[in-house]
Ligand binder design. Structure first.
Ligand SMILES: CC(C)(COP(=O)(O)OP(=O)(O)OC[C@H]1O[C@@H](n2cnc3c(N)ncnc32)[C@H](O)[C@@H]1OP(=O)(O)O)[C@@H](O)C(=O)NCCC(=O)NCCS
Length: 147
């Protein structure tokens, strides 16, 4: 039988956790603690609350590439792999994977730090690819790099 790590409401597989103490070489675009207002009746966080932060993290990353206004055109390949619990410290890591004419595609990986069998563990909970489009002051798409 596989070992389980008991969390607030339900259980998760221990092999989905890895030690928080491992060397942290990445800097999250944003980091938050999600509150009961973001939870559903099961006590886990709404996917939509996670996605709103995915959106913000992708925008922070896009603004590193170009200091322009961006709107979200698409969210692709969204996967909710594990639940997020109230009180988890949730990090949103963002990486630019494509810069097009008007769009930037950012991959966002979401990881939750939570207490698990007496120590803090990190769990990869969500992944997504966000397509942001640069827009002018009228909301029309514009080139990221002028010719
Ligand atoms: C963003 C907006 C101005 C883009 O205008 P548009 O005429 O639809 O633009 P396009 O279809 O040409 O797409 C623009 C870019 O996005 C890319 N794109 C569009 N849909 C995509 C998708 N599903 N996946 C990946 N890339 C996509 C296109 O390839 C293009 O990239 P490039 O210019 O770098 O080659 C317009 O769609 C809009 O205003 N959308 C609403 C945005 C918004 O309000 N978002 C908040 C959520 S409600």
């Amino acid at each position: 039988m596989r070992p389980y790590c008991r969390s607030t409401i339900t259980t998760i597989h221990l092999d989905c956790c890895y030690a928080r103490s491992m060397a942290e070489t990445r800097e999250p675009a944003i980091k938050v603690i999600l509150l009961p207002k973001d939870a559903n009746s099961l006590g886990t966080i709404f996917g939509g609350a996670i996605l709103s932060h995915v959106d913000l993290a992708a925008t922070v990353e896009a603004r590193r590439t170009a200091q322009l206004r961006f709107v979200t055109r698409a969210m692709n390949a969204v996967e909710f792999r594990q639940p997020v619990y109230v009180g988890d410290i949730v990090s949103f890591f963002a990486e630019t994977i494509r810069v097009g004419r008007s769009s930037i595609t950012v991959r966002v990986v979401v990881e939750a730090d939570r207490f698990c069998q007496g120590s803090e563990q990190r769990v990869r909970v969500t992944e997504a690819e966000v397509v942001l489009v640069a827009v002018d002051e009228h909301g029309a798409k514009r080139a990221i790099r002028e010719a």
